[in-house]
Every structure is written in structure tokens, then in C-alpha cells.
Ligand binder design. Structure first.
Ligand SMILES: [Zn+2]
Length: 439
């Protein structure tokens, strides 16, 4: 039995209540007690044994670990999808593991994957971490994108004829092919099936722009029919309004982007708010708009204008959905394009505050409590509460005063997953102090 007491912690518990000073007692993988302190500094309290390891958190914030709601650990700061395909699977698995560990050290203790670039990349990383071979975050592993031919992710041509094992997205046409693709992904051991319901901003040349619903409803239904009896989640790339309606009707649980959702689509999302999640994935369009020039891109003014328009539409939609009580989560597409690099994922929290207009507390609730629910563990993940899993961050600073502290690697001083410290700058410092005192 391992017992840890975090004392003098300023706790943001993930539920949305005001921060409070408390002692958190952890036994093995779970929080066994959260005891409010009334100002005075305290030692370990009930639940913790006398030989508990005590971590003094004076001046620090302790909060639940973050969930990345739209993660791609196998997307390696993409310049082109072809370049991602060219990475050989063995190398790609190690890159994916390294990305998962990098996100863990940056405070993301849970990753909800929104698609892998090859069939079993997420699965292999998830399994290796679960087997204890490597430290790492909790992962819900995704399939590749399953997409109709001639849509986002389809980089095949008549000449290439890419095998499934290398294609970026698996193309499927007709309910039977969607069934087959989804069943093969289930055979691989994924947790989340990803379907591309709409086109996207740069796919107009294939007649698949972001307002076009390229899938047929029976194709979505086929994927959901594979997911349901197996307990898998279905997530959708979906920017078009009709696509959002289709997803809600068919029981897709996670809707990404939802840019153009009209009044009727928003009504449907609101009616389904206890079972759906929406994640806009703002980092990619925002950094394309604001920072592409820093990466040497020279785009025409029309491209910037359309990005600006897309972002305005997204912002209005997310504000409205949030007001209606729909769970809107930060995270998304870090690593999916070079302007939005892997590891900068906590910028999404800043985007929620500065761009969408969430309060810092609402943003933290979305990234923690709602994140736990997205991971399908809302009953014991994503909050600091008795009985919950001890997935915690010790932060040097106050994310409610400045949400950007969560972007600072050095200020995420400790990361705990399931009661185990996987990053412990405070402990390292304690060791240095002990050594200095001995000299
Ligand atoms: Zn994505």
C-alpha cells in the first residue's frame, strides 16, 4: 500500500466550485480523502497512515489532470499526409509513444484519440502503457479515419493503390464497406471509431469542402451498429450542418468541429447534451490564421479571409452550444499540421478563454470533469473527490488568474497518474535541498 498526502494544497477540484485549501490523501491509485483546511497549515489527515509520503503544496495549485479531447499521438507535426504515410510502422509506434509521454509531462493525463495514422499505433501505445512497460497517460485508442472516397484523408490515387496498413484514412463506400472497416478496426482493438462525415476546408478540389456532407446516413449507421454492441465510441469529423444532424440522429457521441451547425442542428445537440460531446479543435485554424507566416507559408489573402470567416462561425456556434449546456471540450489537432505543434496542446485552453469567451473555471471544468466523462469514466475520473482516481497536477501558479501557466512545462511541477508520480520536480528539488544540507 502506498500512501501519499498532499498538504496545504490550493485545490481546484474540477467540479467548478471555488478553490479551497485542503489536504488530499491518496492510497494506491485513488483519492481516499479531501479534507478542507481552515487556513492553518496541516499534516496528513484521516485515511493516510503515519508513514505517508507528505508533499507540501504550499503556494501551489493542485488540480485534476487534463484530458486532450481530440488527440493524434501519431500525427507528427504534419507537413503533408504523404510524409506521415512514409514513416515506417516501427518508427511510427515509437514516435507515438514519445508524443504520449510528452503530453503526460505537460499535464495531459488522459488522451481521447481522434484517429491514428496507421491501424494499430494508438492500440500498441495504449497496451504498452497499460502493461507497465512505459509510463504514460490513459489513452482511448482510435481507428484510422474511415472516410468516403474522395474526402478528407483520402490521399490515394489510381496509381498508388495504398494498402489499408499504410493509407492515411481508410476509404469505404456503402454501408457494407463501412461495416467492414469498422469491424477490422474493432479487431485491431481500438476504443474509438472515427468517421469523416463532412469534407474540410482544403478538400474543395475533390468537391468535399467544409459545408459538404459527403457520407450517406446509412454509412454512419453502419459504423454505429458495429460500435454499439462492442462498447466502442464513435467520433466524427463533422463541419457541415447536415452532418451534425446525421451524427445526432445516428448516435455518434463525439462531434468534432461542428463549425456550420445551424439552429436546428444546435437544437438537436442540446436535446442530446447528456450523451454528446463537441470539440471545435481551434488550434489548427487559429494558428493557420495567425502564425502560418512564421512557418514560411505565403498564402493568398482569400485563404486568410476564409479562415477568419470559419473561425468567426465556429466561435458563435461554440458560445451558443455552451450557453445551451452542451459539453464543449478543448483540445484538438495538435501535431496535425506544422503550425499547431504537438506538445502545445494547452494553448487550446487559452483559446477557450480568449477566443471563445469561456471563463477560466469553465475551461478547466471542460478539460477535467467533462474530460473524465469523455473518457467514459465520469464516475471516477476528472475530479478531485473521494474515491476518484488520483490523476493530479501540482501547478506552480494559478490557472484561474492566468490559464497560460498550464502551457509552461516548468510550472507543471508534478504529474500523478493513478497515484503514481510520473513527473516530480518538487521531489527532485527536495532531493537537491537534502544533498545541499548534507554538504
Ligand atoms: Zn483531427
Amino acid at each position: 500500500m502506498t500512501t501519499i498526502s498532499m498538504v496545504n494544497a490550493r485545490v481546484i477540484d474540477g467540479s467548478g466550485v471555488d478553490p479551497f485549501l485542503a489536504t488530499i490523501d491518496i492510497v494506491d491509485e485513488r483519492i481516499v480523502a479531501v479534507t478542507r483546511q481552515d487556513g492553518a497549515s496541516a499534516g496528513p489527515t484521516r485515511g493516510a497512515s503515519a508513514d505517508a509520503t507528505v508533499i507540501d503544496c504550499t503556494g501551489r495549485t493542485v488540480m485534476p489532470g487534463l484530458t486532450e479531447a481530440h488527440c493524434h499521438i501519431s500525427f507528427n507535426d504534419i507537413v503533408s499526409m504523404e510524409a506521415v504515410v512514409a514513416i515506417q510502422p516501427e518508427d511510427h509506434a515509437l514516435i507515438s509513444l514519445a508524443n504520449a509521454q510528452m503530453l503526460m509531462e505537460r499535464g495531459f493525463t488522459s488522451l481521447y484519440s481522434a484517429a491514428a495514422a496507421k491501424p494499430r499505433l494508438d492500440v500498441a501505445v495504449r497496451n504498452a502503457i497499460a502493461a507497465g512497460l512505459f509510463a504514460g497517460p490513459r489513452i482511448r485508442a482510435a481507428s484510422q479515419e474511415i472516410s468516403p472516397s474522395g474526402n478528407l484523408g483520402d490521399i490515394d490515387t489510381n496509381y498508388l493503390q495504398l494498402p489499408r496498413s499504410l493509407a492515411f484514412a481508410i476509404t469505404a463506400d456503402g454501408a457494407d464497406e463501412f461495416t467492414k472497416a469498422a469491424r477490422l478496426a474493432a479487431r485491431d482493438g481500438v476504443d474509438n471509431l472515427k468517421v469523416n462525415v463532412s469534407g474540410d476546408r482544403d478538400w474543395g478540389h475533390m468537391h468535399a469542402d467544409d459545408q459538404t456532407t459527403v457520407i450517406a446516413e446509412e454509412e454512419v449507421a453502419a459504423v454505429v451498429a458495429v460500435a454499439r454492441p462492442r462498447g466502442l465510441m464513435v467520433s466524427a469529423h463533422c463541419t457541415s450542418s447536415e452532418g451534425v444532424k446525421m451524427c445526432v440522429r445516428q448516435g455518434v457521441q463525439v462531434i468534432y468541429h461542428a463549425v456550420h451547425a445551424d439552429e436546428e442542428a444546435r437544437d438537436m445537440l442540446e436535446a442530446a447534451k447528456d450523451r454528446v460531446f463537441v470539440a471545435p479543435a481551434l488550434g489548427l485554424p487559429l494558428t493557420m490564421l495567425r502564425e502560418a507566416a512564421d512557418y514560411g507559408f505565403k498564402w493568398p489573402a482569400s485563404r486568410y479571409a476564409s479562415l477568419e470567416q470559419e473561425l468567426e462561425t465556429t466561435r458563435a456556434c461554440m458560445r451558443d452550444l455552451h450557453k445551451r449546456g452542451v459539453r464543449v471540450l478543448p483540445g484538438g489537432d495538435y501535431g496535425a499540421f506544422v503550425t499547431n505543434p504537438m506538445g502545445t496542446n494547452a494553448r487550446d485552453l487559452e483559446h477557450f478563454v480568449d477566443f471563445v469567451g469561456f471563463s477560466p473555471m469553465e475551461t478547466l471544468v471542460a478539460a477535467t470533469k467533462h474530460g473524465g466523462a469523455l473518457m467514459q469514466r465520469g464516475e471516477d475520473l476528472g475530479q478531485i473527490r473521494e474515491g476518484y482516481l488520483a490523476d493530479l497536477l501540482i501547478v506552480d501558479g494559478d490557472p484561474l488568474a492566468d490559464i497560460r501557466v498550464l502551457q509552461d512545462f516548468d510550472r507543471i511541477e508534478a504529474v500523478m497518474i493513478g497515484g503514481r508520480l510520473v513527473k516530480d520536480r518538487l521531489g527532485e528539488r527536495r532531493g537537491v535541498e537534502r544533498r545541499e544540507a548534507a554538504e
